[in-house]
Each structure stands twice: as C-alpha cells, then as structure tokens.
Design a protein around this ligand. Structure first.
Ligand SMILES: Nc1ncnc2c1ncn2[C@@H]1O[C@H](COP(=O)(O)OP(=O)(O)O)[C@@H](O)[C@H]1O
Ligand SMILES: [Mg+2]
Length: 252
C-alpha cells in the first residue's frame, strides 16, 4: 500500500508525490488525467528506466498500475538550487561529472535522455542524480510511438533536437553544457535570444563566463556547438576533457 506524504510537483502532466511504501520513503510518479499520449509517455519512462542501474540515476523500484515508484532522493533539484544564484565551481564540476557518468552509462545502453535540464537533476548533498526519462529515446525500443509529445525546455535543448532530430546522444551533451553554463553564470545560454540561436541565427553570441572560470570557456563552447559533429564525440570524452582542465580556485 502506498501512503501519500506530500506532493513534490504537480505543475506538469505528471503528479510526483513523496509517499511511504513498504516501510520507506519513496517517490510516486503518476499521470494527472488520462490521455493515450501521456500514458504512452509514462509507459516509455518505465520501459527505459527499468533497464538502467547506475549510482547517478534515480532507481525505479516498481511499477504499480499507472504509477512509477522511485527511490526517494532527499535534497533539492538543481533548478531549485539555481534560484539562489550561480553554484560554486567545485560543485558545478562535480555535478556535471556525475551527470556525464550517468550519460556515459545510458548512452552505452542505447538510451538518450533528451530532457537534460536543472529540474531533472536531483542534488543529494554533494552528489547529483539524473531522473525523468519521460522523453528518453531508447534506440532499441523503436516500436514506441513518438506522437503527441511536447518538446522539452528550449533553454537547454540542442538545435538539432529543436528541429525534431531525436537520435543523437550528442544532443544530451549540448544540454549538459547548457546546464553547466547556467550553474557558472546564473542564467542559461542566450536567455531571450535562445530561439534565434536555435533557428540558426549564427550572429547570436554566448555571454562570457566569469573570470574565475575562464579556463572552462573552450569546454563550454565545444559542448554548445551548433553542429553535433563539432561537440565532444561522447559523454566519456566530455568527462575526460573536463577532468583535464586546471582551475586555480579549486585548489585553494
Ligand atoms: N526520486 C525523487 N526524489 C526526490 N524528488 C524527486 C524525485 N523524483 C522527482 N522529484 C521531484 O519532482 C520533480 C518532478 O519530477 P520529474 O520526474 O522530473 O517529473 P516531470 O515529468 O513532472 O518533470 C523533480 O524536479 C524533483 O523536484
Ligand atoms: Mg522533470
């Protein structure tokens, strides 16, 4: 039996609740209302996440009727954390490395997340966990329809994904770059000019990083390249590139 404790999020098509189940706190995700497209989305999320087991991916514990039961990750989501302003560089880099290791694993299992954004990254102390595979593409589950899906948040969305392309793991790498940019500067890339960038206006310029994190400029620019071919080739390569960057501040 699931005993509700409190609602965590109900703004979108899903209702996400903290609850008690089998003597522990869990998070229950279910549909609000009924539509075949949404039921499909929840079904896809279950089908995708059930195969994933990684220390930086929130584990799915069970599927009951139309509810997904996840392990509870105490803390805040990254979107909430960003409401206080930019995140310190050490934590920013740690969280990005966590997400990249989750993506290295997911991509190796043919799963592309396609909705990497701050509210889908949960912060538990010094550790980040990726969740919400509701828009994910499992290249092995080709039969699942993509009809009726809304697009994710454009602030973190790669241009090719904005144009409807959903087969490229490098779309996730763009989103990680956008999230890192937000953590370091306090705002997502391009802000109000995002649609101009996404629709191919190459005159839009990315605002500079704060002086203290200037050594990350090339890394961020590479992650946020318009063309996927110009980005890092894989999450593992991006993780490696980040580990090789020396930032003074981190050693004080
Ligand atoms: N396992 C969890 N532990 C703690 N909080 C969670 C968990 N899963 C989701 N949440 C909270 O609920 C919010 C919405 O969950 P999410 O899975 O992203 O659903 P949606 O499809 O509505 O975006 C998250 O941004 C986070 O704040
Ligand atoms: Mg979400």
């Amino acid at each position: 039996m699931i005993t509700p404790v409190r609602v965590l999020s109900s703004g979108g098509p899903m209702r996400v609740e903290l609850a008690r189940w089998r003597g522990k706190l869990v998070v229950v995700k279910q549909l609000q209302g009924s539509s075949p497209a949404l039921a499909n989305r929840l079904g896809r999320e279950a089908a995708v996440v059930t195969h994933l087991e990684h220390e930086h991916i929130v584990p799915l514990l069970a599927v009951q009727d139309t509810s997904l039961i996840y392990a509870y990750c105490p803390g805040v989501n990254l979107s909430e954390a960003l409401q206080e302003g930019p995140i310190g560089v050490a934590n920013s880099l740690r969280f990005v490395r966590d997400v990249l290791s989750a993506l290295t694993y997911a991509h190796a299992h043919d799963v592309i997340h396609l909705d990497i954004k701050p509210s889908n990254i949960l912060i538990n102390g010094e550790k980040a966990l990726l969740t919400d595979f509701g828009f994910a593409k499992d290249l092995a589950l080709a039969a699942i329809t993509q009809q009726g899906m809304s697009l994710g948040t454009p602030n973190y969305m790669a241009p090719e994904q904005f144009s409807g392309e959903r087969r490229d793991p490098r779309s996730d790498l763009y989103a990680v770059g956008a999230v890192l940019y937000h953590m370091l500067t306090g705002a997502p890339p391009y802000e109000r000019d995002i649609f101009r960038f996404l629709t191919g206006d190459r005159s839009v310029r990315l605002g500079p990083l704060p002086e203290a994190v200037a050594p990350l400029q090339v890394f961020i620019s590479t992650a946020l390249e318009y063309e996927p071919e110009a980005r890092f080739a894989s999450a593992a390569e991006m993780h490696g590139a980040l580990s090789s960057i020396y930032i003074d501040d981190l050693f004080f």
